[in-house]
Design a protein around this ligand. Sequence first.
Ligand code: PMP
Length: 430
Amino acid sequence: YQESSVLLERAKKVLASGVSSEFRKYNHPHALFYTHGEGSRIYDVDGNEYLDFTLSQGPLILGHSHPEVLKAVREYSEKGQLFAGQHIREIELAEKINQLIPSAELMRFCLDGSEAVQTAFRVARAKTGRKKFLRFEGHYHGWMDNVCWGISTPSAEALGSRENPNVYPWTQGLPEGVENEFIILPWNDLDLVRKTVSERFSEIAAIITEPVMCNNGCIEPRPGFLEGLREICTEHGIALIFDEVITGFRLSLGGAQQYFGITPDLAIFAKAIASGYAISAIVGKRDWMQLIEDARVIHAGTMNAGNPTVAAALTTITVLETERPHERMFALGQKLMAGLKQAASDTGHSLLVEGPGPMFAISFSLLDKTNEYRDTLSADKGKLGKFIAAMHDEGVRVIGRGLWYISAVHTEADIDHAISTARKVLADMK
Ligand code: PMP
């Protein structure tokens, strides 16, 4: 990784920690910089090839450099830049999303998931006249001030009681009082949500959840949990917000809301929507999104919905619609999950493998299943780090926290290769 090491030294002089830090903590030289990607493969500056399950943290659902997406971006870039409210492609994209996503009656486009989350919060506050949000331990909703008031404890004990968890800022420089914006509860515990809301509903503007918790493990909702949130929100006039930044277009063309059959009031889409081009969407039921329509809630952004990025989104969604890769992505993901589990048990490791398939997570844990963030804290993170680093050295890239993303272009042979590589790495780790 000689070239990567040289670039790292250059980067350190000018970028404030602005390089992928995934491997720096392992005290081991690794490729940190890449030259290009194609299909299921990515290439580093030293000329090494990797089978990629990071998909640039999720967006590349069609794999790297999908030719139709590149063609659309090129074509629309050559027409000059047109932005939101100025071109027909934006209307076409909104019409397409409106057809596919159950809650998408009205929508607006932004640049990334974090912005769209903030817009949803603003709409929820404006409509309800209430100030607080209920969110869940271990979920990630971007990096804006308020959502940085999160969980950052090393152990389940330090989290404190379930009703009143101890929560800490995971960054400095947050405004005073930001901690009062949230009520934070453990996930997947409907009784606790119901009790809390019945006591405090007059303060709560919205409940926000990842429909599958993908930022700490990959944990599916318990049967009835999302249904229960829907009922509670309807009963108390609270906005139900699905943060579909990861699940959107990945679990199905209609997102997690179609997959689970639960329609939220507002939802956020980013990542897979446009194969990595900078666009996100806040979508919602007409009676909530009407506040933006009526200009009672501001939503702006000079560079929103530029025509090349909108073309990338339209093309990505059209390819997904035409090729219908979801069933295959589930099958490949589940095959990989089973293969990893088997490889671990054959080599004497306790590996927890969880998730629906198109994305899933692994952890070195003695548990058979996790239901919430607290359960994830007993896993051996050091061992996971060693596994991920060794896989990388063997040419298979996985996200540092153990998350794997399957794309529409991964093949059976890719899955077999990943399983045999994992088997070798796990055997060597004994
Ligand atoms: N919500 C979820 C569930 C996410 O996973 C992320 C990003 N990983 C975000 C919001 C923030 O999105 P972005 O990085 O595009 O701002």
